[in-house]
Design a binder for this molecule. Structure first.
Ligand code: PEP
Ligand code: MN
Length: 349
């Protein structure tokens, strides 16, 4: 249950809290708006109706939203029109497909700047690149760390692109936030709840990738952690899930895109690079993701994929990426953005 309060003072919030289960939390949603989250399951059915009537009579209570699912702040019911996340002027969730592109790892100045210039020219608005890399083998390239972050800042300065990069460890929180415009939480850390909680008081949008073996429910609850701790600028990223197939690295779960958009107001980005692990499949999956209503794409691009220090087989060369951008532009023109295609298909409200 969400109790939305407008211009409520402390005493008014306390008055509401006093009739709710002890664990209920007050979230400051905006300057004038507070939301009190109470777990519906903890309120007895026969009491719930009485409680709603009683709370509705309090002057600062604007509305009461009953949410039957366990996710509350991520629920579509809180914002039926969907959230738009403004990353210093780049709007994610606003109807246009926003493209984030760049190398899997930042490998050096020349590699990063060459890629940044190419993706910018093709029309991307956000540069991706990992400085801290979650690698399966401890002997694989682990990323350039702080030097990589500084190179990302240099690329932003030269191209004007916004930066998305991964935070793996709480100890790098401030450092990564200093260089990133969007903080990426990778698939392996989707359930690292202390890391998620630590993002609550950061003034940076977060892109939360889906755990490779996580349900949509667990993914939304992970987003709920970040939001419940005070950071409401969260977007999700579908990056494929582990299935039995060996032909692709992961299985790109396109169905999660309209599913999440039905349940949640958070924007959804699709990552066909990790979702397939094969550069040849990136373009068709990108097209499909836009048609499914994705608000943006995350695409790995490398000028020389055969020499990449990570994820070369799934990286597009700049000329292939240009083709992808032309296709995305065509799709956007055809039916408006993915969100509109989705609307036409009767998926969204
Ligand atoms: C990445 O974006 O390079 C990455 C490591 O992604 P994921 O966490 O989805 O594997
Ligand atoms: Mn990668």
């Amino acid at each position: 249950m969400l109790i939305v309060m407008e211009n409520a003072d402390e005493a008014e919030k306390e008055k509401v809290k006093s009739v709710l289960p002890e664990e209920s939390e007050v979230i400051e949603y905006s300057a004038s708006r507070s939301v009190i989250v109470a777990e519906e399951e903890q309120i007895r059915d026969d009491y719930s109706q009485d409680l709603s009537e009683r709370l509705s009579s309090y002057p600062a209570v604007e509305k009461i939203i009953h949410v039957s699912e366990p996710y509350q702040l991520t629920s579509k019911k809180l914002k039926p029109k969907g959230s738009v996340i403004d990353v210093d002027g780049v709007k994610i969730g606003g109807g246009e497909t926003v493209v984030m592109a760049g190398p899997c790892s930042v490998e050096g100045e020349e590699q990063l700047l060459e890629t940044a210039r190419a993706v910018k020219e093709a029309g991307a608005e956000i540069l991706r690149g990992g400085a801290y890399k979650p690698r399966t083998s401890p002997y694989s390239f682990q990323g350039l760390g702080e030097e990589g972050l500084e190179l990302l800042s240099l690329a932003r300065k030269e191209t004007g692109l916004k930066i998305v990069t991964e935070l793996m460890d709480i100890k790098h929180r401030e450092l990564v936030a200093e260089h990133a415009d969007i903080i990426q939480i990778g698939s392996r850390n989707m359930k690292n709840y202390s890391l998620l909680e630590s993002l609550g008081d950061l003034d940076k949008p977060v892109m939360l990738k889906r755990g490779m073996a996580s349900s949509v429910r667990d993914w939304l609850l992970a987003a709920e952690y970040i939001m419940a701790h005070g950071n409401h600028r969260v977007m999700l990223c579908e990056r494929g899930i582990k299935t039995f197939g060996e032909e692709t690295r992961y299985t790109m779960d396109l169905s999660s895109i309209p599913l999440v958009k039905e349940k949640s107001h958070l924007p959804v980005i699709a990552d066909p690079s990790h979702g397939t692990g094969r550069w040849k499949l990136v373009l068709p999956m990108a097209r499909a993701a836009v048609a499914c209503g994705a608000d943006g794409l995350l695409v790995e691009v490398h000028p020389r994929p055969d020499q990449a220090l990570s994820d070369g087989p799934q990286s597009l060369k700049p000329e292939k990426f240009r083709r992808l951008m032309e296709d995305v532009a065509d799709l956007n023109q055809l039916g408006g953005a993915g969100a509109q295609l989705q609307k036409a298909a009767g998926v969204s409200s």
